[in-house]
Design a protein around this ligand. Structure first.
Ligand code: 5GP
Length: 206
């Protein structure tokens, strides 16, 4: 049996380009799989069941909670989100790496449950850029924006406790930096155990 895969968590305040970075990582890195979360929020246009999320109602989500099926769960903007234990387990058991695109509360809970998980925070290059990216979407009122900016500041303070921090100024560079973190972790001696054993301890060798 090969070594188990690793768990990589990516979190960021909204407007930091986290989703774009994750999409690129999944396209560019082999054996990296997205952990598809469960959520009670409504499916948005362009999203697909089982591809973006597993969309469930609150009673079903609560049932999963009661059966302790989530590795972590959180309430984000009034909706419930959760990472299923079996989703992550099946990815890493196959020797692939799991990519969890989740919020900062979720990241901290994953670290408690799995201290070996690698947490990567994505930051915007400046406060002004974050404001522009958020306002640029033109979806929210001024009050909503102020609330989102205050939430972003709070999240960023907690994100400082993550293992790595990548600034998304230039998208290609940010993707490449996160990719290097993932590849570096794949080369830990601990993970190379089966290769090392096959080289050093060939049966029957003098
Ligand atoms: P959205 O509804 O925009 O897709 O996601 C809202 C927030 O919830 C994002 O920050 C996203 O990363 C986070 N999120 C998505 N899935 C999970 C999950 O399983 N657990 C947690 N804690 N956060 C999640």
């Amino acid at each position: 049996m090969g070594a188990k895969g690793d768990v990589f968590v990516i979190s960021a305040p909204s407007g930091s380009g986290k989703t774009t970075i994750c999409r690129r990582l999944l396209q560019e890195i082999d054996r990296l799989e997205l952990s598809i979360s469960y959520t009670t929020r409504r499916l948005k246009e362009g999203e697909q069941e089982g591809l973006d999320y597993f969309f469930v109602d609150q009673p079903e989500f609560d049932k999963m909670m009661n059966y302790k099926e989530f590795l972590e769960s959180a309430s984000v903007y009034g909706n419930s989100y959760g990472t299923a234990r079996k989703t992550v387990q099946s990815i890493i058991d196959r020797g692939n790496d799991a990519l969890l695109e989740i919020d900062v509360q979720g990241g901290c809970n994953i670290k408690q449950a799995m201290p070996e998980a690698v947490l990567v925070a994505i930051f915007p290059p400046s406060w002004q850029t974050l404001r522009t990216r958020l306002f640029g979407r033109g979806r929210d009122s001024k009050e909503e924006m102020d609330a989102r900016l205050a939430a972003a500041r709070k999240e960023m303070l907690v994100l400082l406790g993550y293992d790595y921090l990548v600034v998304n100024d230039d998208l290609d560079l940010a993707v490449s930096n996160v990719s290097r973190i993932i590849h570096a972790h794949r080369h830990r001696c601990e993970r190379a155990g089966s290769v090392i054993r096959s080289i050093l301890f060939q049966p029957g060798e003098e």
